[in-house]
Each structure stands twice: as C-alpha cells, then as structure tokens.
Design a protein around this ligand. Sequence first.
Ligand code: B12
Length: 245
Amino acid sequence: MKQSADADVCLVSMPYASLSRPSMALGLLKAILEEGGMRAAVVHANLLFAEAIGLRRYEVITEGSPIVFLSGEWTFAGAAFADDPRREEKDAEYLRQVHEASEPAQSRSERTQRARGRSAADALISDLWALRAAATQFVDDVARRVLATGARVVGCTSTFEQHVASLALLRRIHELDPDVITMLGGANCETVMGGGSFRVLCSAQRTGKKWMAAARGRARGVFRVPCSMIWTGCRHRGSMITSKR
Ligand code: B12
C-alpha cells in the first residue's frame, strides 16, 4: 500500500498488539489531532508483521508462549539494542531459561513424552530465532514507510509486548531522520517503565533539539499540549509528559 506524504503526525501500533483488537488509543489520538486541525496517519505495523512472518509465528508470541517469557520483547531486542556488547551472552542465557521452562517438568511416563516435550521447546526456540531474524529488517521497512507519510512527529502506542519493538522503531526513525520528533505512550509508560523508557530513548538521541516523550495520562493533555507546542515552534531536548488520569 502506498502512503501519501501529507501527514503531520504518524501514529504506529507495533507488534505484538492483538490482531483482532485495533488500538483504541490510536483511534482516539487521531481524532483529537484532527479536531485540532492536524493531519494524522495510522500505521498498523502489527498487521504488517503478521503478514510478513505468517499468522502461525505471530501467534506463537500472542497465544503460544507464556506471557512471563516476554518472548515478543526478546524478538525485537536485537533491533532495539544492537549496540549492546553483551547481546550474545544475554541471548544465550535467555534462550537457555526459555528452553528449560518449556520442557515438561517431569516426564510422566515414557521417553516419547519427554521427546515430544523437547521437540516443542526446540520448535519454540527455532520460531523465536526466525522472528528475531525478521525483526531488524521489518523495523527498517516500517521506519521508511512511516517517514514516507511526511510526518514530523511519530508516536508509538505501547501496551503488553509492544515496548521493545516500539523503542526499536523510534530509534531507527531517529537514525534515518534526526529532525523527526518521536513519542512513546500507553500503559507501558506508566510509573517506572515510563521513566526507564524515557531514559533509553534520550540516550539514543544524542543530537538534541527535538521533542521526545514518554507520555501517559489523559489523551488531550498528553498529546495536544506537546503537539501544539511543536506547531508553535517550541523545541525541547526531551520531555517526559504526564497528565492526570
Ligand atoms: C480492555 C483491557 C483488556 C482487554 C482487551 C485488551 C486488548 N488487547 O485490547 C482484555 C480483557 C482482553 C485484557 C487482557 C489483558 N490485560 Co488488559 N486491560 C484493559 C484495560 C482495562 C483498558 C485498555 C484500553 O483499551 N484502554 C483505553 C485506551 C484508549 O487507553 P490506553 O491504551 O492507555 O491509551 C491512552 C494513554 O495511555 C495515551 N496513549 C496511548 N498510546 C499513546 C501514544 C502516544 C504517542 C501518546 C502521546 C499517548 C498515548 O493516550 C490514550 C488515551 O488517553 C487496561 C487498564 C486501563 N484502565 O487502561 C488493562 C491493561 C491494559 N491490561 C493489562 C494486562 C496485564 C492484561 C493481561 C496481560 C492480563 C492477563 N494476565 O492475562 C491480558 C493480556 C491480553 C492481550 N495480550 O491482549 C495491563 C497492561 C500492563 C502493561 N504495562 O502493558 C493493564 C494496563 C491493566 C493494569 N494496570 O495492569 N485487557
């Protein structure tokens, strides 16, 4: 699908958002922007990723692996934190733990049961690697697609396992066009996670002179205020925006 280059703001829902529940947040934010006279594009990148890697693999994350594994976050960690010198070591440890936790705790009877358990754990690891391999190229593709909308402000919504994919996208957008203002909002920006995400994004944006926000709270407060400040020419080096619920 071709994007027309006439948006002021582009809003993105990254993997692994539910494929069957469109983002309420982005629908609301788009309407609020349009009410304020700004043009907004929405990119449902979760659907694009499912299309690229296949429904089965997408559902390995959203349905097939225990939420405590946070496997979806791991699959985008290479794209988001490629510069981590301990990446390999951390990956090996993470996969060791996932493998161990995916094997049946006690094979009840025979070897066949155990062999089946092992192959399920192996299959999960192999799917995780395939998703990890697809993630970096995908982030680059989405970043270019988002920039093709012409938007000067890009905001990701992040709830559940959308966080690392969103950080990866915002970092890539910043690398491709440092003048674009990046924002991150949603339930994952509540309390300490908001502060942590803000610091991660700030450390990735070294050139200054742009707005970058981890936003939480009521939509009008968290979104209209920064957008209208941007529109009136006010630039900041980085701000964490909050508004009372
Ligand atoms: C409805 C709901 C569900 C539904 C539907 C979920 C779905 N996939 O859509 C059901 C019942 C299925 C569900 C299940 C679960 N849920 Co639930 N759920 C909610 C609930 C009550 C409302 C979510 C919602 O749609 N809100 C409305 C939208 C508009 O709000 P919003 O996304 O926060 O966006 C606003 C702001 O954050 C901001 N914003 C958002 N994005 C952006 C982006 C930018 C750039 C900016 C500037 C601002 C901004 O503006 C928006 C408008 O104010 C919240 C609690 C809550 N009150 O928020 C929990 C909540 C989202 N759920 C939660 C959890 C933990 C779960 C489960 C994991 C529970 C479980 N153990 O099974 C499952 C996971 C299901 C899944 N993987 O999809 C947590 C998520 C924590 C997190 N950090 O992600 C929440 C926050 C509850 C909590 N406080 O613990 N849930």
